[in-house]
Design a protein around this ligand. Structure first.
Ligand SMILES: Cc1cc2nc3c(=O)[nH]c(=O)nc-3n(C[C@H](O)[C@H](O)[C@H](O)COP(=O)(O)OP(=O)(O)OC[C@H]3O[C@@H](n4cnc5c(N)ncnc54)[C@H](O)[C@@H]3O)c2cc1C
Length: 462
């Protein structure tokens, strides 16, 4: 019988994992079944083709999907955009084209006994087969697929519904999906974007392509912090003291003191604080694992928003665009809390309270939910995720950051046992590693998991 590895989700993680398995396959004859509910492999939410040319937030030279070939993406980009430079922030849709090419090339060079099967459909449940202990991916409209291993590469959960929006029901001025924006907004309209992170920047840039004819934009988040812009800093500029940092990992306050002092040191010697952030980011998984749970909780409550705005930055052009919109008053960034939203004909009246201030009201034509992924998986309405939780095959971590995972992303079940058949790969690994959001971190996880699966399936067939 052939070995079967089923990968549920053909976005970034699923595609990179499949490509790795095709390049370095298990010794035994293997089918790699890549299952995607959308229309294309290799794109997912981030690298989809959209009306607006959203940009990558990392220079081309640092975005290879293959750690052994760091210039791979740059070479691909230069074949399509001959003037593309190593430090350019290129379109995200081009990165999706690249991921498709990566998969295609890996498929062509795979040995004959390793086959890639692309399946388009939505997996609704994963069940255990009694007869042979394998797993089965269940669909609504096609026969199940039996597999020796199943890897969940489902991507980010959608944002939580805006709680105040329930009062206005299905009002057409509420957009829960930040990528579904009306094309008819102009100078006479106003928009409230809930959230001040990377999605807010995407929305503001898309709505203000023509600044003079753009709607008035308001944003709101608790702290009003927006992402910092990228620069051409040297990513390997800082050689900090790993051991000293790790020695502080009993207290998040001590880590913060060290991080601030490192950033000051770098700046005082003519460098860029981003070099210090890059150094800490590489150390983050080790730091995270050493932090006691109450200290991790303290980080999430008090520091995460600050870390995110310094760690997940925006391309310089976007930084300039946002600064210009703020200068002209077209974009008003607010810190505060929404108290209520009520319908007023086709518009919405929003009452919000600035930090430490009295309530204010705002009447807008559109409210967009840009609050980011909802990692509280127990309230997920996704059929697959909720069925996995209900069956006890996966479980949430104590801080609601994602899913518990063992070595190589092995799913931890409701009894705390790491599975040797079911794995998770994607941003919810942050529960274990903290840094598991950006493409290169997920690529590294995909490479480790592929090597592990290749070894496992070989030995289990021996
Ligand atoms: C908007 C955005 C922009 C980003 N930009 C950058 C960037 O510039 N640089 C960077 O380093 N990182 C960036 N990231 C971060 C990172 O690259 C992505 O989060 C990464 O693409 C995550 O990959 P994934 O495979 O987990 O999710 P996705 O790529 O979203 O793929 C998940 C796939 O699973 C499918 N799926 C889900 N459930 C099922 C099911 N039940 N059955 C079948 N298929 C299913 C979905 O349709 C989807 O295609 C960005 C992230 C986002 C959201």
């Amino acid at each position: 019988m052939r070995n079967t590895i089923a990968i549920v989700g053909g976005g970034f993680c699923g595609t990179v994992l499949a490509a790795n398995l095709l390049r370095s396959p298990p010794a035994a004859a293997t089918d790699i079944v890549l299952i995607e509910r959308g229309g294309e492999m290799g794109r997912g939410v981030a690298y989809a083709e959209r009306d607006y040319p959203y940009l990558l937030n990392v220079p081309a030279v640092r975005l290879s999907a293959d750690s052994g070939d760091p210039l791979q993406f740059l070479r691909f980009a230069q074949r399509h955009m001959p003037h593309a430079d190593a430090e350019d922030f290129l379109p995200r849709a081009l990165y999706g084209d690249y991921l498709q090419d990566v998969l295609l090339r890996a498929e062509r060079t795979a040995p004959a006994q390793t086959r890639l099967k692309r399946i388009f459909g939505e997996v609704l449940r994963i069940t255990r087969r009694g007869e042979d202990n394998r797993l089965a991916a269940q669909f609504a409209d096609r026969p199940p697929i039996a597999a020796d291993r199943v890897i969940l590469a489902l991507g980010n959960p959608p944002p939580p519904p805006l709680p105040w929006a329930a009062a206005v029901g299905e009002h057409s001025a509420i957009r829960q999906d930040p990528w579904d924006l009306p094309k008819t907004l102009g100078l006479q309209h106003s928009v409230l974007i809930v959230g001040n992170g990377l999605t807010m920047v995407d929305i503001a840039s898309a709505l203000c392509l023509d600044e003079n004819g753009a709607p008035q934009l308001h944003t709101i988040s608790r702290r009003g912090l927006i992402p910092q812009p990228q620069t051409t800093f040297r990513a390997t500029g800082v050689r900090g003291d790993h051991a000293a940092f790790l020695a502080c990992a009993d207290s998040i306050r001590r880590v913060l003191v060290m991080a601030r002092s490192l950033a000051r040191e770098v700046e005082n010697s003519g460098g860029d604080w981003r070099e210090a952030v890059t150094f800490i980011r590489h150390l983050a998984p080790s730091l995270w694992r050493r932090l006691p749970l109450p200290e991790q909780r303290r980080f999430v409550r008090h520091l995460q928003a600050h870390w995110d705005t310094h760690r997940h930055r925006i391309p310089p052009a976007m930084g300039e665009r946002i600064a210009s919109l703020r200068r002209s008053g077209k974009l008003r960034v607010n810190a505060g809390r929404i108290e209520s939203i009520v319908a007023q004909g086709e518009q919405l009246r929003v009452t919000w309270r600035p930090r430490g201030g009295a309530p204010q009201t705002l009447t807008v034509d559109l409210v967009v939910n840009a609050t980011g992924p909802d990692y509280v998986v127990k309230r997920s309405t996704d059929p697959l995720l909720s069925s996995l939780l209900a069956a006890g095959l996966v479980c949430a971590d104590a801080l609601h950051l994602g899913l518990r995972a063992g070595p190589y992303g092995a799913c931890v079940d409701a009894q705390g046992r790491a599975s040797d058949r079911l794995y998770y790969l994607g941003p919810m690994l942050r529960a274990e590693h903290w840094e598991a959001t950006a493409a290169t971190e997920l690529r590294d996880h995909a490479e480790r998991l592929a090597a592990h699966l290749a070894g496992l399936t070989s030995s289990s067939q021996a």
